[in-house]
Design a binder for this molecule. Structure first.
Ligand SMILES: [Zn+2]
Length: 491
């Protein structure tokens, strides 16, 4: 038996009367007034929590974990407000000589730039060194001439762009994919660091929607001791047959992973993105990746094999299509992003049992771009409160590396729809803090009760007692545990 005794915690969702909480073999077995529970064993891990707030572990419902682990080590250009400023940032790094093979920037958003990107600006950073900048939404990469030549060789096909040097959609995904092919042991080291960082923000589980089928990679990592997160690892159409052949249904534990790795959802992308202007719009424009009949067939095959669909849809036309697919197949699942919705589609989420898997920080990153490209439509963009009122289940996530893998950032953006002192954007769509919290916790739980699996966080302050988004963004996590085992501990 292994026992953990948490002394003097206040439980989220209660008035805050101090309690002792006992965890035995990974489950909460007792909750009692503070000072009344004793350790039953000499080996009991006694945690003096001194009034810290105890809640369920946090979940990030949409991450690209390997990308995130890689991006954490790339040049962050997200603060640059023009093509020239981006090139200057990269130039400063190039001069330090740290990039020996390829100089990689990450996070540019050109929707509001006064002038579009130009290849020549990156040629000037370094004419011989391949320089590539990945857009914040991952749907575009901006290259210099050396990078275009380099990646044409790596991918074995000519890559051509206009004067902007920008590759979009599949070309961009292929280049990003090539950049991600670092040796396993290197990547696993990056991932181990990123797992620790996630645990330090209270995360106990992620839904990993990395484009490369991940069950074997995560199994290898857990077996090598990277055991600080639970991971639901999704599968894309390319690997659907391979996934089906394993006979694992969504939610099944992958053998040899100590219960940490589970088969995730079947992820399929139906359209592009707002930032790259490829989201499929009812008003016209954008791209649809599949015909309706093909989507239905693919989703049906996945559902028949026990896989839960997670359908990426950004534009209103893509969301209508995705809901139509769920309705036709008769399956439940999630729509990933749900950024722009037709008024008539909002109520369909609850009715069809489709959860809205949303990334609130995208609204903060993209509010100006949306005001420009979705002008006149932004009252139905990122409609969190409308979805909640209509009875939909909201699941919060980061889409890391698009936004930081930090549920507090997601919750703050959902609750405040503000950042950096700006006025809230469409404040009517702000989410109640309780809904944001439940969209970020294991199983949508508010608090901790006897019988729960002891995936837990210890917090400095009550997350539900917050006015405004600032305190949420800065929330301090004192401890994180998976099945009673601490993955982060500051108490
Ligand atoms: Zn994503």
């Amino acid at each position: 038996m292994s026992e953990v005794l948490l002394r003097t915690v206040r439980r989220v969702g209660t008035s805050g009367a101090p309690s002792d909480v006992r965890v035995v073999d990974g489950r909460v077995t007792a909750v009692a007034p503070a000072g009344t529970l004793e350790a039953t064993d000499a080996d009991t891990d006694v945690v003096e929590a001194a009034g810290a707030w105890l809640g369920p572990g946090l979940v990030d419902h949409h991450v690209h974990f390997d990308q995130w682990a890689l991006v954490r080590r790339r040049v962050d250009v997200s603060t640059a407000d023009s093509a020239e400023a981006t090139a200057d940032l990269l130039h400063a790094v190039a001069r330090t000589g740290v990039a020996d093979r390829v100089l990689i920037g990450h996070g540019y958003r050109d929707g509001m730039w006064p002038r579009p990107p130009r290849r020549e600006l990156l040629d000037r950073v370094d004419p011989r060194l391949p320089v590539v900048v990945i857009s914040g939404d991952l749907h575009a990469v901006w290259c210099n001439a050396a990078a275009l030549e380099h990646f044409s060789g790596v991918l074995g096909r000519p890559l051509s762009t206009g004067d902007d040097g920008v590759l979009r959609e599949q070309d961009a995904f292929d280049v990003t994919g090539a950049l991600s092919r670092v040796p396993d042991e290197v990547l696993d080291g990056f991932v181990a660091d990123a797992v620790d960082a996630a645990a330090a923000r209270g995360v106990t589980r992620v839904r990993d929607l990395e484009m490369v089928f991940g069950l074997d990679r995560w199994t290898r990592r857990v077996q090598a001791g990277t055991d600080g997160l639970r991971v639901d690892s999704g599968v894309y159409p390319n690997d659907l047959d391979a996934a089906v052949a394993r006979g694992l249904r969504t939610g099944d534990v992958v053998p040899g992973t100590r219960g940490l790795v589970r088969m995730g959802p079947f992820k399929v992308i139906t359209d592009g993105s707002l930032g790259t202007r490829t989201a499929a719009m009812t008003s016209g424009g954008g791209v649809l990746a599949y015909a309706f009949e093909d989507l239905v067939e693919m989703v049906r095959r996945a559902v028949d094999a026990g896989l839960v669909p997670a359908v990426h849809a950004i534009g209103d036309r893509a969301n209508t299509l995705a809901l139509d697919v769920f309705e036709t197949v008769g399956a439940r699942g999630t729509i990933e992003h749900a950024q722009l919705l037709a008024d008539t589609d909002v109520e369909r989420f609850a009715r069809l049992g489709v959860a809205a898997s949303v990334q609130p920080e995208h609204a903060m990153d993209d509010r100006d771009v949306a005001d420009r490209y979705w002008a006149g439509m932004t009252d139905r963009a990122f409609p969190f409160a409308s979805l909640d009122r209509a009875g939909a289940t909201l699941l919060l996530g980061s889409d890391a590396p698009v936004a930081p893998l930090d549920p507090w950032v997601s919750m703050a953006a959902a609750v405040g729809r503000d950042r950096g002192g700006r006025e809230p954007w469409h404040p009517a769509e702000r989410l109640a803090v309780l809904t944001a919290w439940r969209g970020s916790t294991e199983g949508g739980r508010v608090g901790v009760a006897v019988g729960d699996v002891a995936d837990l966080v210890l917090l400095e302050a009550d997350p539900l007692d917050t006015t405004g988004s600032g305190p949420l963004r800065r929330a301090r996590v004192l401890g994180t545990a998976i099945a009673g085992r601490f993955t982060h501990r500051d108490v």
